[in-house]
Design a protein around this ligand. Structure first.
Ligand code: GLC
Length: 437
């Protein structure tokens, strides 16, 4: 059974790999290259087709802008089955955007650093992989430099996101707090996502008005970072995004040391890193909740909800061992009941929890993968084993879906996975988890 599933995972990835040298997240729903998806996908490929893994990363990094920015979607093809597409985003408004690829003018979590390190860990031929990394690593460094220069207006070592789509956790109930501070115009547009997936599993029309309005403000300012920092109604320090940056910083340090030379760069990253970790712990930890939370930088207040992102600092070695204990207790207490699969994306005890809707409750395999590695890091062997086991069981039961109900008993006659099927990162990270004890 497991062997069949492994073959199926490979088949999903191979089928989603495109001629242009990139992999779509899922046919129909997501027809382009997404930044953090690409990183997770490369980790999957690295286990059985190193060249594809390299191609995936090369293509993504090739879409980098001259200021170091890496966009969240690269529109490799004309495809009108997705909204909002290239014509809406108009990345060409930014003077330093890529001339080769059209893209969005927003980014996604900074996975590329730790992905290169994972590829190196997985590769049989380390020398060959290190040569590949030598070729690409300065682009990742430039990307981090972009973040620290442009996304940290108070010089805290914590970078902001200016759109919920930058977070990767697009429809989290955390953003409801921001929507309450806004009143965008009603947009006239045709959704495409709900032609592929049941509307009950996707965001509402009114939520989309907010999403489009923030992009409009950025476009009116030609995606200028300083203007966005000044004007965007959405400006948030996200624990998941910053944890990934910190994890990737560490990967860059380790890889540069292996490569040799690069003292200046290493020194800079170490400086960013120590400031980031300190501010992260000082500012984003909520002792009453026993978890890390988001911070609303526009309105200068924490957003006090527990999400699966709240535990992601484990992945980047951010909490002290004592604080890691607190985190895992919170997780097991609220998310870890025997009637549930780990790990819901949003606090199951909160009124805003919805087990079927996108990031408002369902389990996501990329989050589970990160938490699995984080728990292992800190020696929570049993919880880590359960995280892995639950992930595998969900995939065995339902297939390689985009997200899953965390309840073991959904009350449905024919329970199913949700969102896109044959979803690339679910397949890729299944491959990696099966190969990791
Ligand atoms: C959804 C997810 C986002 C992901 C994208 C492509 O929008 O919220 O995190 O990158 O799909 O899979």
């Amino acid at each position: 059974m497991k062997e069949d599933l492994y073959k199926k995972a490979i088949a999903v990835l191979d089928a989603n790999f495109q001629d242009g040298g990139f992999t779509i997240p899922s046919a129909g729903l997501y027809p382009f290259q997404w930044k953090w998806d690409s990183g997770f996908i490369a980790i999957g490929f690295a286990h059985y087709d190193v060249e594809k893994a390299k191609t995936e990363m090369r293509t993504l990094l090739d879409a980098q802008w001259k200021n170091g920015f890496i966009p969240h979607i690269v529109f490799h093809t004309e495809n009108d089955s997705y909204f909002p597409g290239a014509d809406f985003h108009q990345s060409e408004l930014h003077p330093l955007s890529s001339k080769k690829y059209r893209s969005t003018g927003m980014t996604q979590p900074p996975v590329t650093g730790f992905v290169l390190q994972e590829m190196h860990r997985i590769a049989d031929d380390k020398k060959d992989m290190l040569n590949f990394i030598k070729e690409e690593i300065d682009k990742v460094y430039a990307n981090h430099e972009y973040f620290y220069k442009n996304r940290d207006p108070q010089d805290e070592g914590l970078v902001y996101i200016y759109h919920n789509w930058e977070s990767g956790t697009d429809n989290s109930p955390v953003w409801d707090d921001i929507w309450k501070t806004m009143n965008p115009p009603e947009y006239d547009f045709v959704r495409k996502d709900t032609t592929h997936v049941d509307a009950s599993q996707r965001p509402s029309k009114r939520e989309y008005d907010h999403y489009l309005h923030i992009i409009d403000i950025a476009k009116q300012n030609n995606y200028n970072d300083a203007k966005i920092a000044e004007l965007s109604p959405f400006l948030v320090q996200d624990p998941l995004f910053n944890a990934m940056l910190i994890k990737s910083n560490q990967a860059l340090i380790d890889l540069y040391i292996q490569i040799g030379g690069n003292e200046e760069r290493i020194k800079n990253i170490i400086k960013w890193q120590s400031k980031s970790i300190k501010s992260f712990n000082d500012k984003l930890f909520d002792a009453d909740l026993g978890a890390y939370v988001h911070y609303d930088l526009r309105n200068e207040k924490p957003i006090r909800h527990i999400t699966s992102s709240s535990f992601s600092p484990l992945f980047a070695n951010i909490p002290s061992p004592e604080r890691a204990d607190v985190l895992v207790n919170t997780m097991m207490d609220k998310f870890g009941g025997e009637d549930k699969y780990l790990c819901a994306s949003f606090d199951p005890t909160n009124d805003r929890f919805n087990p079927r809707k996108y990031w408002r409750g369902p389990v996501w395999i990329n989050m589970n993968w990160m938490l699995f590695l984080g728990l292992k890091n800190y020696g929570f062997t049993d919880v880590a084993a359960r995280m892995k086991q639950d992930s595998i069981e969900l995939i065995e039961k339902y297939g390689f879906y985009e997200y899953f109900d965390c309840r073991k008993d959904t009350g449905d006659e024919n329970p199913t996975g949700y969102g896109g099927n044959n979803f690339s990162w679910s397949a890729a990270l299944f491959i990696d988890m099966v190969n990791t004890d």
